[in-house]
Design a protein around this ligand. Structure first.
Ligand code: NAD
Length: 513
């Protein structure tokens, strides 16, 4: 791997040919089998990672649980200072990490940098939050009593993440969990293990420089079996899992079975509604970036365009024209708009979706296909495709993690479009393109979108760290990142203090001795 400065980036991030995928900070070890990480960009082997065995996992848990005892008594603003230093290190290594994200996952270099920027932003947010972990005070019904609530750290937070945001999702969780006083154990996707090793190296440097104990940030690696070490472990009170709905249903049951908490960030089936008076130019930018950005592998990617019949042909033609300008190729080359899918299995799913939509009666308006030849040797590059379809098609109801956009037509009022948009199992991101105030407000109202994210005159894709991020229904119900998402990383305690010499009982109960 010599192209686009990858070797240099790997060196800056401390990535070796063979890496330990188990780490409790400076202490790196691993005795599991080896995962090889191949780049979807050029099909080259980037590096190998030794995975985590059950015995390794036990060592990690020892380090994490003993680090928690020290970390929870470190004042929250001091924990914020450590997160501030971590954000500074990310600023220093932004280009290198952005490049590795692009090379290992396949998203464009700009999007790789964007992902690291999100990590930096959530660190800044968490630093401020470290002085604002507020609880309420309430008035007691008893005289001479004071009542208030406080938030205490939970313990070990288990983070399981997906391939498509190989670094940012970890940071969304970990930056908040750390200021909340928790320690984290992270299992990244087995498809992007080197991104995990790189992040852990950066975090470990900060903890070592501050003489903090091993185990505040831990890394484990491997497939779902290594994830299960955590989901089954009562020492892990919270599991934050990002990935497919299929995974989420298994993890949710496993964690609920031991009455643990889970924060689930699962699949989406995101739509943009286009009303008769929508700004077509804005619609095209929002829809095309939403559908083809990250080669359609964002949880917030636009999958469905629900267009009013009166503007259907205009919108369709404008989007189809825009697709003609898309350049597909090496995502590290900033000329290109669309990079590869993560692997050949993803290519298979993409091809299957295009076959299915035709079988169900859909009409392809932008032809798909797998690219081959020079620059496409990895076999993971596909053409973004568009199909005209019906909302009830099985394939349209399903999240295909690839650049396939479905055009759906609606008639009459915006209510009809909202019905189509809500009538899927998932509930992550949604948008309306409109200049009609009534339609916009209707879309945001109690009768409107049922998603966790609802935007007006912005696409579905991408979100800011300041808001709570997540979705309803089969998207899992979890919220991460901004607003008050921090509360799930803490346990709430209600405290009542009596400063009199009497002991009155609540509810006025008499109990004379
Ligand atoms: P995936 O479900 O295949 O894997 C996600 C992670 O879960 C991996 O680390 C995997 O090893 C682990 N895992 C799988 N089964 C497990 C089990 N039984 N126990 C414990 N761990 C298990 O998902 P993927 O292909 O990596 O990612 C794509 C999916 O993620 C899409 O559906 C996408 O929409 C979703 N996603 C959602 C969000 C969100 O915030 N809502 C963000 C990113 C991705």
């Amino acid at each position: 791997a010599t192209n686009f400065g990858i070797d240099k980036a790997l060196q800056i991030l401390g990535i070796q040919a063979l890496n330990n995928g188990t780490s409790t900070g400076t202490n790196q070890f691993s005795s599991g089998e080896i995962i090889e990480s191949y780049s979807p960009v050029d099909g080259q082997l980037i590096g190998k990672v030794k995975t985590t065995s059950k015995a390794d996992y036990e060592n990690v848990m020892l380090a994490a649980t003993s680090a928690f005892k020290i970390w929870r008594t470190t004042p929250a603003p001091q924990r914020g200072e450590i997160v501030r230093q971590f954000g500074e290190k990310l600023r220093e290594k932004k280009e290198a990490l952005g490049k590795l994200v692009s090379y290992e996952m396949g998203k464009s270099y700009q999007e790789g940098l964007g992902e690291v920027q999100e990590m930096i932003d959530i660190c800044d947010f968490a630093v401020g939050l470290s002085r604002q972990l507020h609880g309420l005070t309430m008035h007691s019904e008893r005289p001479g009593h004071r009542m208030y609530e406080q938030y205490h750290p939970l313990g070990v937070v288990g983070i399981i993440s997906a391939f498509n945001f190989p670094v940012a999702v970890w940071a969304w969780n970990t930056a908040l969990a750390w200021v909340c006083g928790d320690v984290c154990v992270w299992k990244p996707s087995e498809k992007t293990p080197l991104c995990g090793v790189a992040c852990q190296n950066i975090a470990a440097e900060v903890f070592a420089e501050n003489n903090l104990p091993e185990g505040i940030s831990c890394l484990i690696n491997g497939d779902y079996k290594v994830g299960e070490f955590m989901t089954k472990d009562t020492r892990v009170p919270l599991i934050s899992a990002t990935g497919s709905t299929r995974m989420g249903k298994i993890v949710a049951q496993e964690v609920a079975g031991r009455l643990g908490k889970s924060l689930l960030e699962l699949g989406g089936n995101n739509a943009i509604i286009v009303t008769p008076d929508a700004d077509i130019k804005m619609t095209v930018i929002g829809a095309v970036f939403g559908a083809v950005g990250t080669a359609g592998q964002r949880c917030t990617s636009t999958r469905r365009l629900i267009i009013h019949e009166s503007v259907y042909d205009n919108v369709k033609n404008a989007v189809v024209d825009a697709y003609k300008q898309l350049r597909i190729g090496n995502p590290l080359d900033e000329k290109n708009h669309v990079g590869p899918l993560i692997d050949k299995d993803a290519v298979k799913m993409y091809k299957m979706a295009l076959e299915k939509v035709v079988e169900e009666g859909g009409k392809i308006v932008v032809e798909g296909g797998v690219l081959s030849g020079e620059g496409y040797e990895s076999g993971c590059y596909v053409k973004p495709a568009i199909a005209e379809a019906k909302p009830e098609f099985k394939i349209v109801q399903h999240e295909t993690f690839a650049p396939v956009l479905y055009l759906l037509k609606y008639e009459g009022d915006v209510e009809n479009a909202i019905d189509i948009q809500n009538n899927v199992a998932q509930g992550l991101s949604s948008a309306i393109m409109t200049n009609n105030l009534r339609d916009a407000e209707r879309f945001l109202s109690v009768q409107g979108s049922d998603c966790g994210i609802a935007n007006v005159n912005i696409g579905t894709s991408g979100a800011e760290i300041g808001g709570a991020f997540g979705g309803e229904k089969e998207t899992g119900g979890g919220r991460e990142s901004g607003s008050d998402a921090w509360k799930i990383y803490m346990r709430r305690q209600t405290n009542t203090i009596n400063y009199t010499t009497e002991l009155p009982l609540a509810q006025g109960i008499k109990f004379d001795l």
